[in-house]
Design a protein around this ligand. Structure first.
Ligand code: ADP
Ligand code: MG
Length: 213
């Protein structure tokens, strides 16, 4: 299997080589075509299996096929549980974005640091990676509006729920347009994922990568 057979725009292929990715991991092989087809996806694969690029690459592909909106409100939102993950996921967007456009802006916001600079940073942004609490604070301060979001990713969903972010996630969902693509990724399929994936995902492609024995 090769990255060129997954349906991605050829513009993105050099980025995989630059990152040292020679061939797609199993979650990438299955998730990328499903996301490109516009489906909701639930992707379960263990930590370290390459889940980040499995949603970042097809999302960047989708952004390439639409003109950058003048409003510069985010159209892609990724929820993550921690600051470290927010920075990591944002970095992967920053790795892939220039192949499409130098003008695509991808930012991360998270708690534990001053909100003032983040309020500035999110005034013009295409892709927003956020921890739920800080995102709600920024929405409350009118620093950001989520009514243009067309793709939502809930990354590390098991960890988000284990950390008790259920209510915050629900609060964020209320701010989003009903018409959107929903992608949920998790290392494990825990029982507390059940209600959220049922309410969130619309006829999803369910991709579970078994661990090698
Ligand atoms: P997960 O989210 O599943 O825990 P990550 O997306 O953080 O995994 O990826 C784990 C590591 O594997 C990262 O260092 C990433 O750069 C690397 N990686 C991802 N996809 C590939 C690939 N196709 N080939 C080689 N390395 C990869
Ligand atoms: Mg991950």
């Amino acid at each position: 299997m090769s990255f060129s057979s997954l349906g991605l725009t050829p513009q993105l292929l050099p980025t995989f080589s630059q990152l040292g990715y020679e061939s797609p991991t199993p979650i990438q092989t299955e998730a990328i075509p499903a996301i490109l087809a516009g489906r909701d996806v639930m992707g379960i694969a263990k930590t370290g299996s390459g889940k980040t690029a499995s949603f970042v690459a097809p999302i960047i592909h989708q952004l390439a096929s639409q003109p950058l909106a003048k409003h510069r409100q985010p159209t892609v939102l990724v929820l993550v549980p921690t600051r470290e993950l927010a920075e990591q996921v944002q970095q992967v967007f920053v790795d892939f974005a220039p192949a499409i456009s130098e003008r695509l802006i991808c930012r991360a916001v998270y708690g534990g640091v001053s909100i003032n600079r983040q309020m500035q940073a999110v005034s013009r942004v295409n892709v927003l990676v956020a921890t739920p609490g800080r995102l709600i604070d920024l929405v409350g301060k009118n620093a950001i509006k989520l009514d243009k979001i067309s793709t939502l990713v809930i990354d590390e969903a098991d960890k988000l729920l284990n950390l008790g972010f259920r209510q915050e996630i629900e609060q964020v969902l209320e701010q989003l347009p009903a018409q959107r693509q929903n992608l949920l990724f998790s290392a494990t399929m825990t029982a507390n994922l059940e209600p959220i994936h049922e309410s969130l995902l619309n006829e999803p492609a369910v991709i579970k990568i078994a661990e090698e024995p």
